[in-house]
Structures are given as structure tokens and as C-alpha cells.
Ligand binder design. Sequence first.
Ligand code: NAD
Length: 421
Amino acid sequence: MRITVVGGGYVGLVTGACFAELGHTVDIVEIDARKAVAINAGRAPIHERGLDAVLEKHAGERLRAGTDYGPVTEADLSFVCVGTPPAADGSADLSMVAAASRSIGEALRGGKGSHTVVVKSTVPPGTTESVVVPEVLEHSGRDEIGFAMNPEFLREGRAMEDFLHPDRIVIGSRDDRSGDMVAAVYRGLSAPVVRCGLTAAEMIKYASNALLATKISFSNEVGNVCKRLGIDVYEVMEGVGMDHRVSPHFLSAGAGFGGSCFPKDVSALVSLAESLGEEPALLRSVLDVNDRQPLRLVGLLEERIGNLAGKRVAVLGLAFKDNTDDIRESRAIPVIAELLRRGSAVAAYDPLAVSSMRRVFPGIDYAASAAGALRGADACLVMTEWPEFSDLNGEFDLMKSRIVIEGRRILSCDGKEGICW
Ligand code: NAD
């Protein structure tokens, strides 16, 4: 099939590359010309394992990128993959979705043949029907266009694997034919397909992220109690997660959740619930626990080494999770800000995210290795579960004293003097 993917960021680029891998002809429409140039040259503007290889294989052939919406005219389907960032009041800012829908509508004006517009961006229930459909129909002047909603569940850092081996494919549609078109795109993947209406598909994505975020905040709250009692929360959650009704995933206590999705999606769901006159007490607490968790880490540090003013603190891990260069809502950000506020000197290291974090904190020291950050440090905070950190051991001897606080349980060195969550 011919597919246009609108927005060539994390989701759009991975979606486009994987659709090309599945045999489709894909045009990515991306307003940022630099990203389009990089994609056409076979270079991914983001770090994602396995993405470069697929781009090299298909770029310029089955996969092209540009800033122009022209390819929509020839496509069977267009997938909207633009951002839905949080607005100031916590609700989802849908301006990019509206603008992309308008541009798709304009591109379809005067055309013939069937076309299905598919929303992949995470949008509040009702958005496809109330924003996307009217924008496309009004600007195309055509009423036979189909609409579907196909939320994305990939995890950054494992996005290609997740896309090609999903737990399920959710397809909400306005009419059966549109849903069938989307299902046909995924033919070749072996995953259960959930067919439903547009709003249910939109809500499945929010409910999924909110539940995962809830598991993390729950684990943190239990972890904070465990800490007071001298119990290892990881041992506890391992035992809890063995119950098949719970599952062992997303039960890691620590610094809390970050990234471009969980915080904004839970906020958007809270905002939606409030707008409907509901009291989303549980979801508000999920965010509240998460906001306080990084500061608890700094508090623990102070309990161990006293006044933080003038102390040198190594921060290992800046990305919001391992295997990505993405620092959006990374828990390292509030931790570094608090350390600086209390007068500490920060030496930071991350395998991929240093250049992004430099834009947020230009004044701290950045090391080229974990050893470089640890040398001469009074204490260390581990903020990202990078697998390479599990090999660290002798490097901690470079510190003034081996005081290590883990915001993620990843270290495996013998006799580490760490405080674990
Ligand atoms: P992103 O910011 O990385 O990418 C969005 C891209 O869209 C950017 O490159 C931007 O330049 C481009 N864009 C904006 N307006 C445009 C327009 N009018 N026309 C063409 N291009 C335009 O965002 P993302 O992380 O890929 O997220 C996209 C959506 O997918 C969001 O709704 C997000 O919540 C959802 N989502 C993200 C993830 C994730 O892990 N990142 C996972 C699942 C779902």
C-alpha cells in the first residue's frame, strides 16, 4: 500500500520505517526540513536500536521524507503521528493534530479514490471525531474519506522491536472499511487485533499508560514504607509480581517515571476527568507521588553525607530511560536542579544523552565516562537503568567515599555501599 506518515519524530519515523519493512511504500511528511534530509540520507535523527539499519535499507527507495503534503494525494492511508504535548493546564495540546489534519484535507482536495486518515498520536477520547474529521472534511471538500484511530504502544529504546512484535494492535474506526484498511497495513505481524470505535481506541491508550504509571507510583509508595522498615522493596515487588494477576512489569520502585508520555498522558486524563465533573483522586496521587520521588532521593543523599553545599555529586544517567537519548521529563532534571539549588557541584555522565542535557544545564560538568564523573565525587546518584552501569565496580573506588544511591536498581558490584529503593 501507499502510506503517508505525518510527523517524523519518534513514533512517525519508527512507524514509517517499519511499514517500509513490511513492504509498503511510505512517504514521511515532516515540517522540520533537517529531519527530512537526515531520513532521506538514511540517518536517523533520533537514537533507536535497529532503526539506522532499516533506514539504510529503504531510504530513498520505499521510504522517502519531505516537508510537502503532496504524497497524501496518492496515498491509500495517512497516519497522523505529530506531537500532543501538555498545555499549561495539563490538558493535551491538540494544535499540531488540528494543523496536520487541515494540511491532509487540503492535500486531498480535488482528488479522487479512497483515502483513510488514521490518528496514531495519543489524543483524548473524542478528538478524532471532533477535531480530525471536521478539519479533513472541511478542507478536502470530500465526504467519502474514512477515519480510524490506531494508538501506538512502542517504548523508546525498544521501539522497533515493540512495533514489529506488539502485544496487540488496537484499531478504532468510524466505519468497517476504514478499520479493514488499517488491519491490512499490519498484515504480516502476528498480534491480536482489537477492533472498536474511535473513542474506545483513544481511551485504551490513556488507560494503558495511566495504569502503568499507577503501578510505578504504587511501587514507590510501598518502597518508601519499606525503606523506613529496612525492607528491600525489590524483593517485595518480585514476590508481588509473581502473581499472574499483577505481572512483574512496571513494579520498580525508584526515582519515578519520566519520558514524553506517562506524565503528560496521566495529566491529560486528569484534566479530561475534571472537565467532566469527575474527581480523579487516584490519578492525581499518581502524579503527586511521582513529583515527590526525585526529591526524596536528594533527601536520602543529605541524610548520608550531610549538608550538600560544596559537595561534588556524580549523576549517572540523564536519559529518562536506558537505550535512548530522550531526556523529556527525565527524573535526572529535578534531581540536578535540586542539587544545584542546595549548592552541590554536579558531574554528569550518560552514554547518549549528554548533548541534550547540556541544553538544560549548560553549567555543570559532563564526563566522557562513568569513571570520569565518579572521580573525586563525594557521592553518586544513579538515575537511569543503563545496562552498562551494572558492570561498574572498581570505578566507585575513584570516589572520595563509596556512597551510591540508586534511583534505579541496576548496580551489581560486590560490597557496594548503596541505598536501594
Ligand atoms: P515527536 O515530537 O518526537 O515527533 C513529532 C514530529 O511531528 C516532530 O518531528 C514535528 O516536527 C512533527 N510535526 C509537528 N507538526 C507537524 C505538521 N503539521 N506536519 C508535519 N510534521 C509535523 O513526538 P513523538 O514522541 O513521536 O510523539 C508523537 C505522538 O505519539 C504523541 O501524541 C505521543 O504522545 C504519541 N506516542 C509517543 C510515544 C513515544 O514513546 N515517544 C509512544 C506512543 C505514543
